[in-house]
Design a protein around this ligand. Structure first.
Ligand SMILES: Cc1cc2nc3c(=O)[nH]c(=O)nc-3n(C[C@H](O)[C@H](O)[C@H](O)COP(=O)(O)OP(=O)(O)OC[C@H]3O[C@@H](n4cnc5c(N)ncnc54)[C@H](O)[C@@H]3O)c2cc1C
Length: 1014
């Protein structure tokens, strides 16, 4: 027989549509409108999981995203989704799900033997136990990882696709319960562009779980009716009105998972997961990147569990979840219930259980004399209310079979007197409600503890947001609606819609509720640490005793206790357990809850799939491969390539029989003695125009730019705010208000973004326009003593004589008949020219240069030769000889730092640490053995035989064999290096040896610059 626990009537399910599904290899049936959780409960499946640490049997506890236990592996193969919450998974025909963290099965799990030793495995057990012998940790780790953990990641490529949308709106309303719907309607009526997002498959929020339609229909004025209508009829009307508004966008199955700066929010929309695989079309998920003028947070509240002995037995559930399974899904989660509460809301569940024909053994209420309207109704229904009492323990094997109830003493802090055992297979517990303040906290707000409501409520807003309804600590339906209307109208007004008014005052028949009595942990007759486990965080097996132990062991900050015990880890991120946990910690430390505070609420609110985050940026689109316009020529001429940023650059051009070293030696010698040619097209190029262009350069470079003449080039060094070298390159003044900046190959995008950021945020008054032209221009760098003759032959309308075209000059003309910009600049220390032409003409011009250079033995060279040539001259490569912690002074480049103007990073250069004279300086290193090439990254020490810890004096940043100098050379950052020239040091190698070397000046060749100025 299937669906043995399905009620004969009621719920929002479609009983005419049966759906088949498989759970742990067994076939079951459910209905359209079910979740996997409700369908499992309808089929009487009580054990759905094993706990993380002790492998105790676990059942479904909640009915929403806060579910800690029912974590399943969905689907198989490439489509599989790990760690899905069964309470969120909408049922479809053919669904396949499996439990995780159990072997061989969830019913018989071998690792359950761990629970026999639970007493010896408290918080910190792993840290304390697996310390010895030290080398065994890797083995322990392997076993521990196998024994714990949740789902399994798919190993095959994801066959689905995902996309992203950017959108602006006036008002984003998060949560489509009564408060959110009312807010969206009020803002929409004012004419605002509204987005309403809700994580569920239907709008209505908690109203979806209110008393079932038939029950309320019989008595429309009953509790929960809105303006005399059934709650869900009001929802349907409201949604229809919103749908009719052209400026309103409704997003279902859409979780707002991140609230970032500047009212930027991220939403994950699950578009097809609820459909059978054959019907899934289009992207599986979509990330919406929303920039909202105003945000209304109507995210509701989560019911808190109660912390009592063995409260993790299957059959122990949140009272609201029991009501939801009864009302929304037509499922009876048990046959005989005990309701355990400290507040009035759980009495609704007791009434609903009774109305569904489920015996309610008693309501156990921790309060002294609950006399509110709801308790009275329960009494009138003939249900016993056991006042000022608590459930101290549960009994049962696979699921709860009975509970032990004890009275509280007069102070309410000790469970005393005789134990009364109540047989039951269901415990509906309620410890009060916690507003969902996650997004408010992510936005920068600080939730504050409200001692009357005994919960954290939103604090003062930091961004343009407000909270409404249960999320704001206003739990009664009437308050939710009126706050929602006011919040929506206010948000629209603040977004500029002046006609916005909160016109509607709803009538709601609410039962008034009395205050709750906080109960963070049930007093255990045997004491917290000796009595049965009282679980606080079910997902991570954290018990009250673990938190008390952590406090005793010196962990006083809630953030530290979290790390020590695992409280609030995992998929639920402490949605159920955290508030109880921190209250227990506060009590253990003798503090109040407010000062103990919460852990940090970080995005993501609920887990987001990696597929959705990656979106369409996969494969080639994730990291595009960039090839220069000359790539084919390089391939045809046997180039070996290396990746530089996204670019493929020729590394060297080996001839038959040559390895890297032989090819580079040949290329270096050819360039120094005759002429070499290199494809420099990948250098970043930014076209800068506007009357304030020179001011921009002045502020981003350390040197002054105002006096640079038209047709002249200048080298510049760019610093970050900390005064550290960020990028470098040559900038040319092409016209009065027109410059061309070059950047490093890898830094091009970063520099462009850097300049735009400053222009847009700090200097919007500057009239400057930036255009990235990296791909537009191809660049051939021709270097060597014969370079002038080669370029003169190709660019016959430019006068290359030294007087007419000096070093650091720029001329415009033609190259092989093609318009060209020629700069006389040098990164090799040789006489050199960079010829820039439109990328489409690159090959034509390159081949003309090759033809003109044949008689001089022109030799193409790659990045490796470029590195050797520049190292011989002591020219730095940003990112290789610098690492974000190097100032211009460290590089010996104080000559480029202007004394009489401001620039980014200037202030930082005078900070005590940056201005220290003995920082690491760029120096040269010459090995005693001229053939020994030092390892890049090698650490520099002075005494190789010293006992550890050995003082490190610096490290090698660049190292090569120089064919021209017939010896090895290296650049290094060495502490106080400039003042230690001549000193002997040792450089350690990866195989444990040390190589002796001497500190030298960093320029090994032509220090006067005669060659480049020739
Ligand atoms: C079972 C049950 C029965 C009740 N019965 C009554 C009653 O009879 N009378 C009465 O007065 N009160 C009753 N209440 C209380 C009342 O319904 C709630 O306090 C009220 O509905 C809360 O409204 P809300 O709009 O603030 O939040 P909710 O109705 O809880 O709506 C919040 C919505 O936001 C969604 N959400 C949360 N976070 C996100 C996110 N990050 N992204 C997208 N969506 C998100 C949630 O899924 C939910 O749909 C009942 C509550 C429950 C649970």
């Amino acid at each position: 027989m299937t669906q043995i626990c399905r009620l004969p009537a009621g719920g929002r399910i479609d009983r005419r549509t049966s759906l088949a599904f498989t759970f742990n290899g067994r076939r079951y049936e459910g209905h359209a409108g079910d979740t996997l959780a409700s369908a499992l409960l309808a089929n009487g499946v009580d054990v759905v999981a094993r706990s993380w640490k002790y492998h105790r049997p676990r059942g479904i506890v909640a009915c929403g995203v806060e579910e800690p236990n029912a974590i399943v592996q969905l689907g198989v193969g490439a489509d599989t989704v790990p760690n899905a919450r069964a309470t969120e998974v909408e049922l479809y025909d053919g669904l396949v799900a499996n439990s995780v963290n159990a072997w061989p099965s969830v019913d018989f799990d071998v690792m359950a033997c761990a629970s026999l030793f639970a007493r010896f495995m408290p918080a910190g057990f792993y840290y304390k136990t697996f310390m010895w012998p030290k080398s065994f940790w890797m083995k322990y780790e392997h076993v521990i990882r196998k024994a714990s953990g949740l789902g399994t990641c798919p190993t095959e490529p994801d066959p689905d696709h995902y996309d992203k949308m950017n959108v602006h709106c006036d008002v984003l309303v998060v949560g489509g319960g009564p408060a959110g719907l009312a807010a969206a309607l009020a803002a929409g009526k004012a004419g605002a562009r509204v987005i309403l997002a809700d994580e569920q498959g239907e709008f209505g929020g908690s109203l979806l779980s209110h008393r079932d339609v038939a029950a309320v229909a019989a008595d429309p004025a009953a509790d929960g009716a809105i303006d005399g209508a059934l709650p869900m009829a009001w929802v349907a009307q409201t949604v229809a009105r919103l749908q009719a508004m052209p400026e309103v966008r409704l997003l279902l199955r859409s979780t707002v998972f991140g609230y970032h700066d500047h009212n930027f929010l991220t939403v994950a929309e699950r578009r097809t997961d609820h459909l059978p695989p054959a019907e899934r079309k289009g992207p599986r998920e979509r990330i919406w990147r929303v920039r909202a003028k105003q945000v209304v947070l109507a995210t509701g509240a989560t019911e808190r569990p109660l912390v009592f002995g063995n409260n993790d037995r299957p059959g122990v559930m949140l009272a609201s979840a029991v009501a939801a399974f009864l009302n929304r899904y037509g499922v009876a989660p048990g046959r005989r219930a005990v309701v355990f509460t400290n507040n009035d809301s759980a009495y609704r569940t007791a009434l609903r259980l009774a109305a569904a024909g489920i015996a309610v053994a008693a309501v156990v209420d921790a309060r002294r004399a609950p006399r509110g309207e709801l308790p009275e109704r329960v009494r009138k229904a003939g249900i016993e209310v056991i006042e000022h009492a608590v459930v101290v323990d549960t009994r049962g094997r696979r699921r709860v079979g009975a509970v032990d109830v004890m009275a509280l003493d007069t102070r309410g802090t000790v469970a005393a007197g005789p134990v009364r055992t109540l047989p039951c297979d269901l415990v509906a517990m309620s410890g009060g409600w916690s507003p969902v303040v996650h997004l408010h906290a992510q936005s920068g707000g600080r939730p504050r503890f409200d001692p009357v409501k005994a919960c954290f409520v939103p604090g003062a807003p930091v961004q343009a947001e407000c909270s409404a309804g249960a999320a704001n600590g206003s739990f009664a339906l009437h308050a939710c609606l009126t706050e929602g209307v006011a919040a929506g109208a206010d948000a629209a007004r603040r977004a500029g819609f002046t006609a916005a008014t909160a016109a509607w005052t709803p009538t709601v028949e609410d039962a008034a509720e009395e205050p709750l009595a906080p109960l963070w942990v049930v007093p255990s007759p045997r004491g917290i640490e000796r009595g049965p486990k009282q679980f606080v965080d079910l997902q991570n097996d954290v018990a009250a005793s673990d938190i008390v132990l952590a406090a005793r062991e010196g962990y006083h900050s809630i953030e530290h206790v979290k790390r020590y015990t695992a409280l609030g880890f995992g998929t639920d991120q402490g949605k159920l357990g955290n508030v109880n946990g921190l209250a227990i910690l506060a009590e253990a430390l003798g503090n109040d809850i407010a000062s103990t505070g919460t852990t940090t609420f970080r995005p993501n609110y609920t887990p987001v799939t990696i597929g959705a985050i990656a979106g369409p940026d996969l494969g080639e689109l994730f990291e595009p491969v960039r090839r220069t316009a000359l790539h084919a020529w390089h391939e045809e001429h046997g180039a070996s390539f290396e990746n530089v940023g996204q670019w493929k650059r020729p590394w060297y051009f080996p001839r038959p029989g040559e390895d890297l070293h032989a090819a580079v030696a040949r290329e270096c010698l050819a360039t120094r003695k005759g002429v070499g040619i290199m494809d420099a097209s990948t250098l970043g190029k930014i076209d800068i125009q506007g009357p304030d262009a020179a001011r921009l350069l002045d502020w981003v470079y350390t040197n002054a730019w105002g006096k640079l003449g038209v047709g002249r080039c200048r080298y510049g060094l760019m610093l970050d705010e900390n005064g550290m070298v960020l990028d470098d390159g040559v900038t040319t003044r092409l016209a009065e208000h027109h410059y061309l900046m070059t950047t490093t190959t890898g830094g091009a995008a970063r520099v462009m973004a850097w300049l735009e950021r400053w222009l847009q945020t700090e200097w919007p008054q500057l009239e400057v326009y930036l255009t990235s032209v990296t791909d537009h221009w191809a660049t051939a760098s021709v270097a060597g003593p014969d370079s002038r003759k080669v370029v003169q032959a190709v660019c016959d309308d430019i006068d290359f004589s030294p007087a007419a075209f000096p070093f650091m000059g720029c001329r415009e003309g033609t190259a092989a008949g093609v318009p060209a910009r020629v700069m006389r600049i040098s990164f090799s220390g040789e006489l050199a020219y960079e010829i820039n032409v439109c990328a489409n003409e690159a090959r034509h011009v390159w081949e003309a240069l090759m033809a003109a250079g044949t008689r001089y033995g022109i030799t193409p060279y790659g990045t490796e030769t470029m590195h050797v040539l520049r190292a011989e001259k002591g020219f730095v490569i940003v990112g290789q000889d610098t690492d974000g912690s190097v100032t211009p002074v460290d590089l010996g480049m104080d000559w480029i730092v202007a004394k009489d103007k401001d620039f980014i990073g200037r202030r930082s250069l005078s900070r005590a640490d940056t201005a220290r004279g003995d920082r690491r300086h760029l120096v040269g290193l010459l090995t005693d053995d001229p053939k020994a090439v030092l390892p890049e990254g090698g650490q520099i020490v002075t005494d190789a035989r010293a006992q550890p810890p050995v003082a490190m004096h610096g490290h090698v940043t660049s190292s090569y064999f120089s064919a021209c100098l017939e010896r090895s050379i290296a650049l290094a950052l060495v502490r106080n290096g400039r003042n230690r020239v001549g000193e002997k040091v040792q450089v350690s190698t990866a195989d444990g040896r040390t190589v002796p070397a001497a500190i030298a000046r960093p320029v090994f060749l032509d220090p006067e610059g005669a060659r480049q100025n020739a």
